[in-house]
Ligand binder design. Sequence first.
Ligand code: CU
Length: 118
Amino acid sequence: MRLKHLALVASLAGLAACSDPYGTGGGYGGGTGGHLTTITVSNNFFNPTPDTVPAGGVTFSWSNASNKHTVTWDSGPTTPANSSTMATGTFPVTLAQGTYHYHCTIHGAPMSGTIVVQ
Ligand SMILES: [Cu+2]
């Protein structure tokens, strides 16, 4: 009986680990964040945010965005270029290690995001 219980716990833990697309198990899986290097820009939110990614490139991808949006950087260890005002397409950026905050200039603070680069 006791062994059966342990096996169940182990298999549940295995399922949880599989939901992490990068398999890093870094403990950031709070349900609101993510580990994706493509961030969706939609009406009127960024997803995922906060996002935790390895150092390197992140691509913003406009998806079902009937309104125009921007990616405009507020703070971070470097200052990447801001996107133009777009309703479709992609915007790649290269980020350094640290925490970046950004927002959409059209929708302001309610449409903002955070990227943690490890
Ligand atoms: Cu917007």
